[in-house]
Design a protein around this ligand. Structure first.
Ligand code: PGA
Length: 248
């Protein structure tokens, strides 16, 4: 499977940064087998039409589960599809925490994406207490299976999972490669218990940077990375992409 690098800008960035990042990473995807996806704030997604001639792919950071209605501030999968957005983050821990997103909402959002051919990047991850209580694998497997149990198995290969331990996000304390490997392996195993022979792609996210990405990518079950803070600096992000591309 080709490695995947997803930048998650969160509520950051500017038109200028978009130009700079595109300039740095355009051509990389063409020259290598890595896929580069930028998950932008909704406000910037309409600007991406100007970059139709690049190999870069685009992701929303959130989506509503309904197609339209009185939901001020929300964005539907139809709108994302209309803009040519091919991917969407679903269930990021910041949304689970600050916007009270539940497993059921994550499932509904995943279904809304799949119906329109948008590839959901389903985020799972345990918090520090859960890890300390030895419950990490149980938590992430539950978060994944809620989704896999309820979608047509033919669509399961479209889903990508991002393992993002909450204690590693924005803290500068990434999971060790061994911890990431253990969880990714467990997620793939859990996925196959639900959808036979599913080759689930699992990304690692949480304090990924240009110094640690290579070791993380060297683990057999780390299929790519989801990069937050370190994706906001164009040259640094390019270096991350280059290392991911070189890992195959
Ligand atoms: P970080 O964020 O790389 O800044 O830790 C990752 C994420 O939340 O997607």
């Amino acid at each position: 499977m080709d490695p995947l690098v997803v930048a998650n800008w969160k509520m950051n960035g500017s038109e200028q940064l978009l130009q700079a990042v595109v300039q740095q990473v355009d051509g990389l995807a063409e020259a290598t087998s890595a896929t580069v996806v930028l998950a932008l704030p909704a406000a910037y997604l309409s600007l991406t039409k100007a970059f139709d001639n690049t190999q870069i792919e685009w992701a929303g950071q959130n989506v509503h589960w309904l197609t339209s209605g009185a939901y001020t501030g929300e964005v539907s999968a139809t709108m994302l599809a209309e803009l040519g957005v091919g991917w969407c983050l679903v269930g990021h821990s910041e949304r689970r925490q600050h916007c009270a997103e539940t497993d059921d909402m994550v499932l509904a959002k995943t279904k809304a994406c799949l119906e329109l051919g948008i590839r959901p990047i389903v985020c799972v991850g345990e918090n520090l207490q859960e890890r300390q209580a030895g419950k990490a694998l149980e938590v992430v497997s539950r978060q994944l299976l809620v989704v896999l149990k309820d979608i047509p198995s033919a669509l399961a290969p479209l889903i990508v999972v991002a393992y993002e331990p909450v204690w590693a996000i924005g803290t500068g304390e990434e999971a060790s490669p061994e911890v990431a490997q253990e969880v990714h392996e467990a997620l793939k195993h859990a996925a196959r218990s639900e959808v036979k022979a599913l080759e689930l792609r699992v990304l690692y996210g949480g304090s990924v940077n240009e110094d640690n990405v290579k070791t993380l990518m060297s683990m057999p079950d780390v299929d790519g990375v989801l990069v937050g803070g370190a994706s906001l600096e164009a040259l640094g992000f390019r270096r991350i992409c280059e290392q991911v591309a070189g890992s195959v």
